[in-house]
Design a protein around this ligand. Structure first.
Ligand code: WTA
Length: 641
């Protein structure tokens, strides 16, 4: 299939930005029709958009038919068949890296798609992936999309219980995994974790296992098969399933302020157009760029900016299995030099952890190939911004601080490299199609610059989440009901004197630990599973490397904690429970065992006070007179960790 002749629109100047922005807001249908035109469509749309922000029903390119993998792969074959699509850099620098051209990737995706087909996966089925950061993960995701199965990638650091929750919620029929994974010096038996999870998942009838570490694993008779055996003689081509624009492409579970993680659903056409448009324009991608996003495919950044965005744009995307500090704190920079990476996209937490290492770790690499730097996942503090700009970008690479969310599908507020202003600690201006507003608590819009408020989005954009899986009411309640007529982000923001947005952080009970989102209630629910625990309250507090740390206040059963030794034992046991319920990534940084929590007379925990104590701001606790028992506050302060 030849690439369609129309060119993907690119913003090249600040005037171009303003023009595009104006058109996108005032004439969105005209604007997005022209952005969407160059893709490969089996059938064009009947209507560009329809939007009801009150109910949260938003559609884009309705009536269109397409397959996203034809846009990621097939249409590049004629002009870019021999261009590198994927570079895989393994955990251990001494093992060989791997490169796949667009032609090779196309073949691998087709083979995997045929294996899925042969194992009974059909259009609309949900497939969960729990895999290492290896090429087969990218291939498997695309293979799902090829045959119209809905992929749901679960970050391979989550526990068996967390996997089971997600698999059951999605009612997945097939799980894709590997024998094990490498993470720095550690190796983790992921298949074993899946086996444990599936003990409580009755919907799953097939597990396909990719061989990675060569470890022996238990294979459940009648359920588990090896990928390499299944793929031994499947065809290297596979017709792409024709999908409706609004058919779901994937589910990705993310934490909110209440309950269990929600399955955010993205659909096909709108997501595709949004991932592609934002990728090209924010990073100002050129044909010969080598682009590296360090995010795991288990998170939305890996979906939109390691896989879909770069492949839609015909770019070369690097996938890294390891961690920034293995074998040493120079690994990122070594990889950049080794593969001549020109665009580098990472998280502030990684930058801060590398800043702590001796500067030689970065200065001993040339980093000459770099052209653009990106940041994502949490606010980037000025110190980290300057370090990144000076020592990595050598003061010649613009830094794009990209604000967005799992629910937004792609970048919403960010500088476009070298085009719109890039100022430390500012995400910057909204991208075309994004109409941000700041709201007061009562939902009224705050006009003018130099203002702060709740960040909401007033107009639908192509990448907006379509629903939460199996429960649209939850999506409506969470995102559309708090401020009727708007999509509510859960973040607070400031619009500076120049109209640039600065993201302050979450205003709800979501905490962001090393760029990973957790609901405080989610962690509390996990802690409360521990038999010693009566009640708990979790808050975030500023952490030098992680951005936010997890501080847990826990009330234990009477008699459980007498001596210091009991406390140590109980804390270890609580950590074990959290690791089992959620995963290591949710381990609290501090656990304080208390005898009471500050509650109002109506029984509500006053988190404001707990947050202040965790932050060490005990002199400004504010009004505590409404507390049922003000004395507990003194006890908590006295026992602060
Ligand atoms: C935060 C990650 C400040 C924010 C793409 C948001 C940021 C949450 C930035 C979404 C940024 C993300 N500056 N804060 N550049 N990027 N955030 O769903 O609080 O994992 O609501 O998506 O991360 O996290 P999520």
């Amino acid at each position: 299939m030849p690439e369609t002749p129309a060119k993907h629109p690119r913003i090249r100047s600040i005037e171009g930005y303003h023009e595009a922005y104006h058109l996108s807001i005032h004439h969105p249908e005209e604007f997005w029709a022209s952005v969407a035109a160059p893709f490969t469509w089996r059938r064009k749309w009947d209507k560009v958009m329809s939007s009801d922000m009150a109910s949260g029903h938003n559609t884009w390119f309705e009536g269109a038919r397409l397959n996203i993998t034809e846009n990621c792969l097939d249409r590049h074959l004629a002009s870019r068949g021999n261009k590198l699509a994927l570079i895989y850099e393994p955990n251990d620098p001494k093992t060989r890296h791997l490169r796949l051209t667009y032609r090779e990737l196309h073949q691998e995706v087709c083979k995997f798609a045929n294996v899925l087909h042969n194992n009974g996966v059909e259009k609309g089925d949900r497939v969960c992936l729990y895999m290492p950061m290896i090429p087969q993960l990218a291939i498997a995701v695309l293979a799902c999309a090829r045959i119209g199965a809905v992929h749901s990638v679960i970050f391979a650091g989550f526990s068996a219980t967390a996997i089971a929750d997600r698999v059951n919620d999605a009612q997945a029929t097939v799980v894709l995994t590997a024998d094990g994974l490498n993470r720095g010096a550690k190796q983790i038996p992921v298949k074993r974790v899946v086996d444990e999870a599936l003990e409580t998942c009755s919907s799953v009838r097939r597990v396909i296992v990719v061989e990675h570490l060569g470890w022996p694993v238990h294979m459940e008779e009648g359920r588990d098969v090896w990928y390499h055996e299944e793929a031994a003689d499947v065809p290297k081509t596979c017709p792409a399933e024709e999908m409706d624009a609004e058919d779901p492409l994937f589910i990705l579970y993310t934490s909110g302020s209440t309950g269990k993680p929600k399955g955010v659903v993205h659909s096909t056409a709108g997501y595709m157009v949004w991932a592609d448009y934002t990728f090209r324009n924010v990073f100002q991608v050129e044909e010969n760029d080598v682009y590296w996003c360090t995010a795991d495919v288990g998170w939305v950044t890996g979906h939109s900016y390691l896989l879909y965005g770069p492949l839609l744009a015909g770019s070369t995307s690097l996938m890294f299995e390891g961690i920034p500090t293995y074998p040493d704190a120079g690994r990122f920079w070594e990889v950049i030099d080794k593969h001549s990476v020109s665009i580098f996209y990472t998280a502030p937490t990684a930058i801060r952890s590398l800043m702590a290492a001796p500067l030689d770790n970065v200065l001993s690499y040339s980093l000459d190939s770099l052209r653009v730097l990106g940041s994502v996942g949490e606010p980037i503090n000025e110190e980290a911004w300057y370090w990144y700009y000076q020592h990595v970008g050598k003061e010649r690479c613009p830094v794009v601080d990209t604000w967005w969310q799992t629910e937004t599908g792609g970048i919403m507020i960010s500088a476009m490299a070298g085009i719109t202003p890039s100022v430390p600690a500012r995400a910057g201006l909204p991208l075309p199609g994004v109409l941000p507003v700041l709201l007061n608590q009562d939902g009224s819009e705050i006009e003018g610059n130099d203002q702060e408020g709740y960040l909401a989005i007033k107009q639908s954009w192509p990448g907006i989440l379509r629903t939460t899986y199996g429960d649209h009411e939850r999506a409506r309640q969470t995102y559309f009901a708090p401020y009727p007529g708007y999509y509510f982000t859960g973040d607070g923001a400031r619009r500076d004197e120049n109209g640039l947005y600065r993201i302050i952080g979450r205003v709800d009970d979501v905490i962001n630990v090393s760029g990973h989102r957790f609901g405080t209630a989610e962690i509390e629910n996990a802690i409360n599973q521990n038999p010693h625990v009566v009640e708990s309250a979790v808050v975030g507090y500023p952490h030098d490397v992680k951005g936010q740390g997890i501080y847990a206040y826990v009330i234990c059963h009477e008699g459980a904690v007498g001596k210091e030794a009991d406390k140590v034992h109980i804390e270890a046991s609580i950590i074990e429970t959290i690791v089992a319920e959620i995963g290591k990534i949710a381990k609290p940084d501090k656990i304080q065992i208390v005898t009471g929590l500050p509650k109002t007379r109506s029984g509500k925990i006053m988190r404001r006070i707990l947050r202040k104590v965790a932050e060490g701001e005990t002199s400004s606790l504010g009004d505590t007179s409404t507390l049922l028992d003000p004395a507990v506050v003194d006890e908590i302060i006295a026992g602060k960790k």
